[in-house]
Design a protein around this ligand. Sequence first.
Ligand SMILES: [Zn+2]
Length: 60
Amino acid sequence: MEVKVCARCKKMYQYITGPNVCPKCKQIEEEQFQKVKEYLRENPGANMNKVSDETKYQLN
Ligand SMILES: [Zn+2]
């Protein structure tokens, strides 16, 4: 079992596999990702800065 520090909230968590964020932050990121996907569906061709502004999605 590996313990890592979350790249987002800096809390320690038990790392299994996947991105370097804790399960809670992973869920938040997935929700944000869904918003980005919806935004892009409604605004095809939007640039990433605009998408990031509109959805508060943060690129790591
Ligand atoms: Zn976290």
